[in-house]
Design a binder for this molecule. Sequence first.
Ligand code: FAD
Length: 442
Amino acid sequence: MTSRSSNLAIVGGGITGLTLSISLTKHGISHTLYESAAGFGEIGAGVGFEPNFVRTMGLISPALQEAFLTCADAKRPEAFDKTPAFFQYRIGDLRVPERKGLKDNLVAIKKDGTEVKIGEKLFDWRSRPGLRGGVHRAHLLDELVKLVPPHICKFKKRLIDVMEAEDGSGDAVLSFADGTTATHSAVLGCDGIKSRTREIVLGGKEEARAVFSGKYAYRGLIPMSKAVKFMGDYLPLRSQMFAGYHGHVLTFPIAKGTIMNVVAFSSRPTWESEKWVVDSSREEMLKDYETWSPMIKELIAAMPEKPDIWALFNHRPAKTYHQTKPKIVLVGDAAHASTPHQGAGAGVGVEDCYILGEILAAVSGNEDLEKAFKVYDEIRRPRSLKLVETSRTGAQLYELESELGDDFEAIEDRMETRMDWLWDYDIAEDREKALQILKGSA
Ligand code: FAD
């Protein structure tokens, strides 16, 4: 069966594919969304967005920002009214006082003489003012789906290949695992870290392949009513980072403060399994944190009996995000899958969707798509590749592996400024720049 249409094809219906569909819909750009699964779905875990990303959602569409806020802690003033901490940085690993030769669980004596012990706050890693927060991924996806016109969504469509149409039109012919094909003006690849569109654009599986970052994570959700029993009322309702040598444990509230999201990171040099998500056991997890404080051990004991281990892979820098014959452009994780250490992979994907939508709205027809994708590549690639690299080195800093070691004052100074480029970014300037380039005046 072959269907023919002159609209754009979005491949992949994760956060990026759905956000891009919302962006194109706003501009009245006709498109079809192909998703390999039988329906839209996300895993049971949290995802956080900082104020600049939430503002970008609002630029795409106020309804998109509202969809996020519906799932976030928007109604809890302490999460929004001041400049809260992105994370409160604490030490959870008992080897730190030991290695620093400090007694009584002391991890540092600050310049002003304050003594900081295991589990106590070393510093606030400050966020920025504005709407922000953590959401349950599945809740967010449900809200995004409501903003996508249902008739454009095609499920059980696993993209296998994209070829140029033989009729000389320059169109792209997509073939799917179910034996069907579809013809579109261009393909917008939103198919995630194992992206097929990325393989096509970069010219092979090897070029497109993600590499193991040296880190893996256990992920779990703990009901807030349970978390407060071993962490008290204060800690679980705010974002916490407990750091140690070669590991760190993050907790932050999601689902309007009813659930505590836990991501516990650890390190190993290589990843041998074909699978990136493997079964584990609570015993295995406890072994990874055997040198950590009693509270962290209690937290781990409260995790599911058989937590999954997620191997953290990231892409190597792509030399391009687009190709012309046939026309394909990469968006979100398909372009720049990152480790999660700056909590910004999805947020930077949202930025992609905003800029790509604005660029596509500014070009007049199919013949300009090539120019549009070139401008998108020029604007988006440097920033998103920087995310991948700084996220990787971020984990080394938090986990006391960087050249700063466990010098906490130096770590605090570095953390104070290392996100400026990411969070103090004016995406409107990128839009202006893109439109200027399109007009040929920049
Ligand atoms: P995906 O979510 O991978 O979606 C791809 C979609 O394409 C899927 O629906 C898939 O079924 C479909 N698909 C795949 N192949 C095909 C095909 N051949 N044909 C058709 N469809 C296909 N980011 C943040 O901003 N904040 C955070 O707090 C944060 N925390 C994170 C924590 C962890 C532990 C991890 C691993 C990541 C985190 N991220 C975070 C990153 C974020 O999860 C990703 O950047 C984001 O989910 C990527 O969305 P996507 O839609 O681009 O890709």
